[in-house]
Write a protein that binds this ligand. Structure first.
Ligand SMILES: [Zn+2]
Length: 242
C-alpha cells in the first residue's frame, strides 16, 4: 500500500466528521419548523375551505327558498288583482257574488302576507349566512397568503441547506476517493450498525463513538499494533483510531 496507513485512519475520522455534518444538515432539512407550520396552515385552510363550501351551499338553498316564496307571493297577488279586476269590471252585479269575490281577494292577500313573512325570515337567515360566507372567504384569503409566505420561506431555507449539503457531499466524496475501498466498505457497514458512527478515536480506554470503555489490555493491544491496523470497538462496532 502506497498510502501511509495511519494517515488513512485519520482521513477516516475526517470523513466521519463530514458524514455527521451531512446527517445534521439532512435532519435539519427534514425537521424545519417552516415545514411543520406550512402543514398546519394547509390543514386549517382545507378545513376552512370545507366550511366555506358548506356555507355557500346553505346560502344558495336559502336564496332559492327566498325566490320560491317571492314567486308564490307574486302569483297570489296576480290572482287577487285578477279577481279585483273582475269585481270592478261591471261583469258581476250580484252583491252576493261581489261579496264572495271580496272574500276571495282577502283570503288570497292573507295567504300572500303569510308567504311574505316567511320570505322575510328566510332573507334574515340568508343575510346571516352571507356574513358567514364573507368571514370564511376572508379567512381563506389570509391562510392562502400565509401558506404562500411559508412556502417561499421554506424554499429559501431548503435552498440554503441544499447548497451547504452539496458542498459537504463534494468534500466528503473527494475524501472518500482517497481511501481504500475495503476500508471504506467496512466504515459504511459500521456506520449503518452504530447509528451513524463508523469510526471513532480511542482515547485512553474509551471509544469516542459510544463513550464506553474497552478492556485496557485490548486498548493497549490496539495502540501497539502496526500503524493502520483496523480494530473495532467491542461495544458499538465502529473502527477505532488510536
Ligand atoms: Zn464504541
Amino acid at each position: 500500500m502506497a498510502k501511509d496507513a495511519s494517515v488513512t485512519l485519520d482521513t477516516l475520522l475526517e470523513l466521519q466528521d463530514r458524514d455527521i455534518a451531512i446527517d445534521r444538515l439532512r435532519h435539519r432539512r427534514d425537521t424545519l419548523p417552516e415545514r411543520a407550520r406550512l402543514a398546519s396552515v394547509r390543514t386549517e385552510l382545507e378545513a376552512v375551505e370545507k366550511q366555506l363550501a358548506d356555507a355557500v351551499t346553505r346560502r344558495d338553498d336559502a336564496v332559492r327558498e327566498e325566490r320560491r316564496f317571492d314567486d308564490e307571493a307574486g302569483s297570489l297577488e296576480s290572482k287577487a288583482a285578477e279577481v279585483e279586476r273582475r269585481m270592478y269590471s261591471g261583469e258581476v252585479s250580484s252583491p252576493r257574488e261581489l261579496q264572495a269575490l271580496q272574500a276571495d281577494v282577502d283570503q288570497l292577500r292573507r295567504h300572500r302576507r303569510g308567504l311574505e313573512d316567511r320570505e322575510l325570515e328566510v332573507m334574515e337567515r340568508r343575510e346571516a349566512i352571507d356574513a358567514e360566507v364573507e368571514t370564511l372567504r376572508a379567512r381563506v384569503g389570509e391562510l392562502e397568503s400565509e401558506a404562500e409566505r411559508l412556502g417561499v420561506a421554506l424554499g429559501e431555507v431548503e435552498g440554503e441547506i441544499d447548497e451547504e449539503l452539496g458542498g459537504e457531499r463534494a468534500a466528503r466524496d473527494e475524501m472518500a476517493a482517497t481511501l481504500d475501498a475495503a476500508l471504506l466498505d467496512d466504515y459504511e457497514r459500521c456506520r449503518e450498525r452504530a447509528r451513524g458512527v463508523g469510526a471513532a478515536r480511542l482515547i485512553g480506554n474509551t471509544c469516542q463513538g459510544c463513550h464506553l470503555s474497552i478492556p485496557s489490555v485490548e486498548a493497549e493491544r490496539i495502540r501497539k499494533s502496526p500503524s493502520g491496523t483496523v480494530a473495532h470497538c467491542d461495544n458499538c462496532g465502529c473502527i477505532l483510531v488510536p
